[in-house]
Design a protein around this ligand. Structure first.
Ligand SMILES: [Zn+2]
Length: 396
């Protein structure tokens, strides 16, 4: 990673951070009102997390926005029964941004494979596979430290920890009492070096999605391609930069959460370069003197490679306006463009003549990516030696 990043000799890390932050904030201001937090009927304003993926040309210094996203919600595991790949499990902004990047790639490859133009980001290889143009580095902007290990110290500073003050011997913090390396949300908040599920109110229905720190940490080994894109791309793709407001002085926390936890693994790690930017995001909750509630709406906006723009807002894991109560069936066309269902169909459309994709389900296909599964298993066992608690099986 360091080699790649150092090729941008003319522009400093500080310039990159400020330019990325200003670009993502600028795009946020152009989102539809229905994609943003609101002031609720009781006059309480909502807050959210903003994320964005920006490509930076390491030869020319150009910046291109690939996606911006907002969101702080995750779907309870119990509500995934009817999903069949259509409900988004994890709507935290940084995770949505990575999903958007994969849809951006699938859409680009679909276009190239139909001889509908070329791409400055993706090239066809001699073996008819695809590869990322290495002139483009990738930066992930996040408006605050990701949930999980990396942000637990901030929680201590805010002082709102009473609810999470439980000790190692309290079984409440575990999802499975036999698994002491996976902790529910922010419980036992002083503990480190554990996998945490997404934070949520303790009285709410449980989500088993892992914290953003845990998911991002793994991307330094696995790269940011999902299963569908891994099939199409020759090599993995890694993020070069993560840019977050006001993280100067937090280097040791980030090192602990992202680097030290991966030590001892028998695999290469492409470390992120964290850079601090100055300005807070306008709809963040950093000002603790203002009471705010987490936004219900999550949103995505993808800037496709041929100037098409896709914007969708997502509530309860489905497209805004398409929600139905958990006992009822899902509505037709409720799936967001970044859903597993949409990605799987797009992959089958691109690879319509690949025999191994015919008559198998998404999860059956995923299990055939054995190299990827083995590596994932190795990283998981390192991060949570007591085992990996998965979300509900969601196949299509
Ligand atoms: Zn998160």
């Amino acid at each position: 990673m360091a080699d790649n990043a150092s090729q941008i000799s003319r522009i400093s890390d500080n310039y990159i951070a400020e330019k990325v932050s200003a670009t993502v904030h600028g795009e946020y201001s152009k989102l539809r009102p229905s994609s943003k937090p609101v002031i609720k009927s009781n006059s309480v304003p909502e807050w959210t997390v903003l994320a964005g993926i920006i490509a930076i040309n390491n030869e020319t210094g150009e910046f291109e926005t690939i996606a911006i996203t907002t969101g702080v919600k995750a779907t309870p595991d119990a509500d995934l029964d009817r999903s069949q790949g259509k409900i988004i499990h994890d709507c935290h902004a940084e995770i949505l941004a990575l999903r958007c990047f994969n849809i951006f790639l699938l859409d680009t490859i679909n276009r190239i494979s139909n001889h509908d133009g070329t791409s400055k980001f993706v090239q066809v290889t001699k073996t008819n596979s695809y590869e990322w143009n290495k002139k483009w580095d990738l930066a992930l902007y996040i408006s605050k430290l990701p949930c999980g290990d990396a942000s637990m110290d901030d929680l201590m500073k805010v002082g709102d920890t009473a609810e999470f003050e439980i000790t190692d011997d309290n079984p409440l913090q575990y999802i499975d009492p036999k698994n002491k390396t996976t902790i529910r949300g922010r419980l036992n908040y002083k503990k480190r070096d554990v996998i945490r599920t997404k934070p949520g109110r303790y009285d709410s229905k449980i989500t088993l999605s892992k914290s953003c720190t845990d998911k991002l940490c793994m991307k330094q080994v696995m790269g940011i391609l999902d299963s569908t894109c891994s099939l199409l791309m020759k090599d993995p793709i890694f993020l070069q930069y993560i840019i977050i407001p006001r993280i100067s002085g937090k280097e040791s926390i980030l090192k602990h959460a992202f680097i030290d936890r991966l030590r001892g693994g028998n695999f290469p790690v492409q470390e992120f370069k964290f850079i601090s930017c100055e300005n807070h995001f306008i709809d963040d909750n950093h000002d603790t003197t203002i009471v705010r509630e987490p936004a219900l709406v999550n949103s995505i906006k993808i800037f496709m490679d041929n100037n098409r723009v896709m914007e969708q807002s997502i509530i309860n894991g489905v497209k805004n306006g398409f929600y139905s109560k958990p006992k009822k069936p899902l509505r037709k066309n409720c799936e967001p463009i970044i859903s597993r269902y949409s990605k799987w169909n797009l992959l089958k459309q691109i690879e319509f003549n690949r025999a191994e994709l015919l008559n198998v389900s998404y999860l059956e296909f995923k299990s055939t990516l054995t190299k990827r599964m083995t590596l994932q298993q190795e990283v998981r066992s390192l991060l949570s030696p007591d085992g990996w608690i998965t979300t509900k099986k969601d196949d299509c």
